[in-house]
Write a protein that binds this ligand. Structure first.
Ligand code: GLA
Length: 739
């Protein structure tokens, strides 16, 4: 790993064993992008890669020189108004209304390790030797504003982390109307853009389409990262597959409004960028103030999309997630939501817990409905004290009883929300986001608290802290169930309005940080109507997230498969629920439901007391199985083998780092008639080692299993078709051990 600067050519080369990232100072002092991709040899000059060309009408920077136009140069952080006609990476409005600015190179420094981002989640290092950071100092002399572009390169990850920091020194204020976290110009546009898109109950479906001239983007303007688009996109070569070829992934560590876009110009240059969505964003900087963008993570892979995913998994699991739960085995939970919804008494909860304990469950999570007068979704959000009718001994009373059973207690909260029918609303009607003299939309009968205000974040924090203090709560599920409309911060001046969305997210991060600090032993799970805030920002505070409200096993295969493009299995909350499923009314075998849910943070979400003895026995065995393999599932290498987006079957597998233990799962959504033969080509095994497959006689070399494939057709390897496992929605798990 290294960061080299060449004084004569003013070029920087950041490299490790896998990647090279080369940028340089252009003639006009702006930063030019030279190369990003597979590691190449060091050289003093790569100036030949900077292509110029005389193009009529192009605004040129120097009189007499028709070659130098920003419109045709590949850049690192393009400005508005100095000749580049494409989308800029930032925009700085001045008091006279001018939006023209340019940041030119003043100097740079290289430091060991990686700095923290103030108030924002970011990838970290545990030891300075893990990474090096280049800070390039630029300045707009007219407005007297400084810009630091920061680039971290890691020793052991093909990763570059970028962010931008603006600091204003001029006496006249400036307004940042846009400030991307990164921008990069690729010399060609021969890529497919891969995105994760969806909606409630069908989050993060994988979509890919070839880049075309013009703009293509994913975004959220909802105040949270959203079900619709994840703050991520990748560019892969057309020929790239899951396991071969080039793929570059871009992930934004942020939980609010964002945009990730690629702008392809008519010379085939693809400009990729991501950051806070500029819509509604206007951040005034007075003298002495600064603005820090969120961090963007750039992953480069030569091993296809799956190779890219594995890098994200390892990085986010070990260098984004924090705290004691990062490396700890996650408890098997039983969640009350789909079991009883809000209709419960303490006895009912204890009854479920008792059975759960017998089956091996470790944590009883009490979901929505325990506080204020909440029996349905029309009231009580904001009244964070237990309902004595439901919980006579409060949370502490319940947790003591749960602990006596030998389990831990988890609790659901939704701190960012308020019901109009609540004591909190009667006390603080002005804590809501919304224009007071206009009608307001509700979402699920609830309104959003103005987390851009300190007193709101503190007030809610005090209330939640009071509930948790000494109450014996070991797990928090932090929910967020509606998007922000009528974005207006009451009793604040016009300048503050453009800050609302971002300050809201900072407020959420602050409260998370406070609760994490005050309750370091609590395991946090984030949630937003299922997966509407499943993003890297959240993972910094909560190492796991409720993946989707859709717990139907067949739907979950797609959701989890898509989520795995960026996020590690250790971050996905996955529960077995009752049939027919609440969302899809589908009946799936209990085995299939568990076989899907194992590949995440496992649990149940059903009334265990209504099950038959056989079902209870089956669940007991499932929990035993999960406990045996949960560390492997959380920490092993994950390979996607067969895509549920392409047919009626799916498969994935996990291999331990030492390649000794393997779990491979095969799912068949639709039973074919007179089924064709089937093999699964496994991945990541040791070629020359012999593996046995549980339940089969004999052993196989790793290379056989990878290149000829593991035969899974009925009748093969002495396998008789199991008539109880025929039909739609079937699954099989294969356990392989190295001999
Ligand atoms: C959201 C969550 C669910 C559940 C309910 C409770 O929809 O995603 O898991 O917690 O809220 O109201």
């Amino acid at each position: 790993m290294g960061i080299v600067f060449h004084e004569r050519t003013k070029e920087f080369h950041l490299y490790n064993q896998d990647i090279s990232y080369i940028l340089g100072v252009l003639q006009n002092g702006h930063l030019g992008q030279i190369y990003y991709g597979k590691r190449i040899h060091e050289a003093e000059s790569f100036q030949h890669l900077i292509e110029y060309g005389i193009k009529d009408m192009a605004p040129c920077a120097f009189e007499g020189n028709r070659l130098f136009s920003m419109e045709y140069l590949r850049q690192e952080y393009p400005s508005y108004g100095r000749g580049d006609m494409r989308y800029p990476a930032y925009e700085l409005q001045q008091t006279d209304g001018s939006r023209v600015s340019e940041f030119t190179y003043e100097g740079h420094s290289v430091l060991k390790g990686k700095k923290k981002l103030k108030g924002l989640p970011a990838v970290y290092v545990e030891d300075e030797s893990e990474a090096e950071t280049l800070e390039v100092f630029l300045r707009d002399d007219v407005t007297e504003t400084k810009l630091i572009l920061s680039y971290t390169i890691f020793k052991d990850f093909p990763v570059i982390c970028r962010n931008a920091l603006f600091s204003h020194e001029g006496s006249e204020p400036v307004v940042l109307k846009n400030a991307m976290s990164f921008s990069i110009d690729f010399p060609d546009a021969d890529y497919d853009m891969v995105t994760l898109t969806g909606a409630w109950a069908r989050e993060r479906y994988i979509k890919a389409h070839p880049l075309h001239e013009g703009i293509q983007a994913v975004y959220s303007m909802r105040g949270h990262s959203s079900h619709q688009f994840n703050p991520f996109f990748a560019l892969k070569k057309h020929e790239t597959t899951e396991h071969t070829g080039e793929a570059a992934g871009f992930s934004l560590i942020y939980s609010g409004n964002f945009i990730g876009q690629v702008n392809v110009d008519t010379f085939g240059v693809a400009r990729a960028m991501a950051g806070i969505h500029p819509e509604g964003f206007a951040w005034t900087l007075e003298k002495g103030e600064s603005f820090q963008t969120p961090e963007a993570v750039l992953v480069y892979s030569q091993e296809g999309l799956n190779g890219m995913s594995q890098v994200f998994h390892r990085l986010y699991r070990t260098r984004l997630a924090r705290g004691k739960w990062r490396d700890m085995e996650r408890p098997v939970v039983i969640n009350s939501w789909e079991a009883v919804f809000m209709d419960f008494t303490e006895d009912k909860i204890l009854n479920i817990a008792r059975t759960a304990k017998e089956l091996g469950v470790e944590m009883m999570v009490l979901d929505d409905g325990w506080f204020g007068k909440r029996d349905d979704d029309t009231s009580s959000l904001g009244d964070w004290y237990p309902n004595p009718g439901k919980l006579p001994g409060g949370i502490k009373g319940l947790s003591e009883k749960i602990e006596r059973l030998g389990m831990k207690l988890g609790l659901w909260i939704e701190p960012e929300m308020i019901s109009r029918n609540s004591e909190l609303y009667r006390k603080h009607p002005d804590w809501l986001i919304g224009v007071p003299y206009r009608p307001m939309c509700h979402g699920r009968n609830q309104y959003v608290l103005d987390f851009s205000k300190k007193e709101v974040v503190e007030g809610i924090g005090d209330a939640i802290t009071a509930v948790l203090n000494g109450a014996g709560v070991s797990y928090i599920k932090w929910d967020m169930n509606r998007s922000i409309s009528e974005a207006f911060s009451r009793n604040q001046g016009p300048k503050e309005q453009g800050k609302l969305f971002h300050k809201y997210v900072l407020g959420v991060y602050q409260l998370y940080e406070r609760l994490r600090r005050e309750f370091p032993d609590i395991l946090f799970e984030s949630c937003a109507s299922g997966g509407a805030r499943f993003d890297p920002g959240m993972l910094y505070y909560a190492p796991q997230c409720w993946t989707s409200d859709n717990t139907d096993a067949i739907e979950r295969i797609r959701i989890q498969y898509g989520t795995s493009v960026v996020y590690p299995l250790s971050s996905m909350g996955c529960h077995v629920s009752a049939v027919p499923n609440h969302q899809t009314f589908r009946n799936t075998p209990l085995k299939t439901r568990a076989d899907v849910a194992y590949f995440g943070c496992f649990g149940y979400e059903m009334d265990l007391n209504v099950l038959t003895d056989e079902e209870k026995q089956e669940i007991k065995e499932q929990i035993y199985f999960y406990k045996k393999y949960r560390r492997l599932i959380a920490e092993g290498r994950f390979y996607r083998l067969l895509s549920p987006f392409e047919g009626d079957e799916a498969a994935w597998m996990v291999v331990s780092e030492d390649k000794k233990t393997v779990l491979a799962a095969y799912y068949r959504m639709r039973q074919p008639s007179n089924a064709p033969y089937k093999r699964l080509r496994l991945k990541g095994l040791e070629e020359g080692a012999r593996y046995c497959i549980e339940g089969r006689e004999g052993s196989w070399f790793g290379d056989e299993l990878m290149y000829t494939g593991m035969v899974i057709s009925d009748y093969a390897c002495g396998i008789r078709p199991d008539t109880t496992r025929q039909g739609d929605y079937q699954s099989r798990i294969f356990i392989l051990k190295k001999l």
